[in-house]
Design a protein around this ligand. Sequence first.
Ligand code: GLA
Length: 492
Amino acid sequence: MKQQPVLVFSLLILFHFGAFCQNKNVLYEGPPVFHGAQIVGNYPNTPFLFTVPATGARPITFTAKNLPAGLLLDPSTGIITGSVSSPGEYKLKVTVTNAKGNSEEDLKIVIGETLCLTPAMGWNSWNVFTKTLNEKMVMDMADAMVSTGMRDLGYQYINMDDFWHADTRDSIGRPVPDAKKFPHGMKYLSNYVHSKGLKLGIYSCAGNMTCGRRFGGYTYEEIDAKTYAEWGIDLLKYDYCYTPPTTKTAVERYSKMGTALKHSGRSIVFSICEWGFRHPWKWGQQVGGQYWRVSPDIMDSWKFPSIWVFSMKAILNREEKLWKYAGPGHWNDPDMLIVGNYGKGLATGGNGLYKGMTDVEYQTHFSLWCMFAAPLLASNDLRSMNEATAAILTNPEMLALDQDPLGEQAKPVYKMGCIRVYLKQLSDGSVAVAVLNTSAGEKKFDLRASMLDIQSVWRVRDLWKHEEAGAFKDKWALTVQPHQTIVLKLSR
Ligand code: GLA
């Protein structure tokens, strides 16, 4: 008898944990399922690389109808490569077949002026590893992106942040990587990353030095963009340390690099990182950026007030107001994910100051970033994720919200006490609703049709429990745990 409370408690924990646990093996069982972006942008006459994200039992075969001239699809990996010269919208039918069945999906390739038609998804070295970044680590992360199933769910970029640099540029001003950390050079690394169907990102700064005091990009924009293109780089995060503070200078310096990248001969995504101080959501797109940070650096903390570094909640408070600036090809960036670092990230743990967040808080962090159509850049050690972390980062239903081709950033529609409700329109006419409880106590809350401005009866699906939850008419009763976010998809 004495055992009973312990047993009940354990069962409750298991049930709660299981609610957002998604076994990796599940991804590779059953018939094929498509994920990720259904729309991909690339510049004309530049290398194209896209892996059709699909899970399901292996082996698996990919075929495509109406593939534009210049592109090839590898039938066993789903990796599309080549280059397209004529601008235009190419509508493909991709079929994926395995022993359990087949699945067909429309994929749109847009050859033109716009990249990142859905938010970038990938990994970045900074939050977890800071200056310990090196070649082996980058290769390991590319391998882990594949072995964890993340690539097949749509994650694409492996981004090297600060500290890839040698002490100085070469004698003609070209950037040089640290030979000890990157013994085979960048081209070797990009070949490896590309061979996995993934893309390689790099980091620099609009000042003379990066924030970590390595050489910056200021006055070297053309030579840097050209060299990055030669190295096979696909994304540049451009920081703003050691610079004059004015908006005018920022616009000039980011324009210079944006233009250089545009003329580099590759489709290089441009990520602006001036921490939101100069409202980059107003000029980021115009200088060639695909997304821009809205805040100082995220810390592994739910709520820690500071002006130089932000807690997850402080970023949320800023990001939620910026919904009207996001859309296909131009996104607000509330900074990388800290999911799974548990206070141990070298940049985000604040040398022991931040103890990290709980799995429920990480689930809230991830839910809201997906609702906000934010770039999803995991920044944990992908080689050693525990089950809860993997379940969060690989929840296909949440990823589908982030990658929805309509590209709408969720709007806050209700805020009362500690309950906040966010609403995101989806391209298939359904809506996603997130209900967040910011308090330290459990809350009962009735979601009402009037808050969502919807009529008639809607089908409700719980995107963390992965189950159909019933029919919504006027009211939906919820119990929200402390710091939890419940995410529902409502379809007619
Ligand atoms: C700044 C950026 C971080 C990271 C570091 C690297 O702080 O905001 O995301 O890139 O620089 O030094």
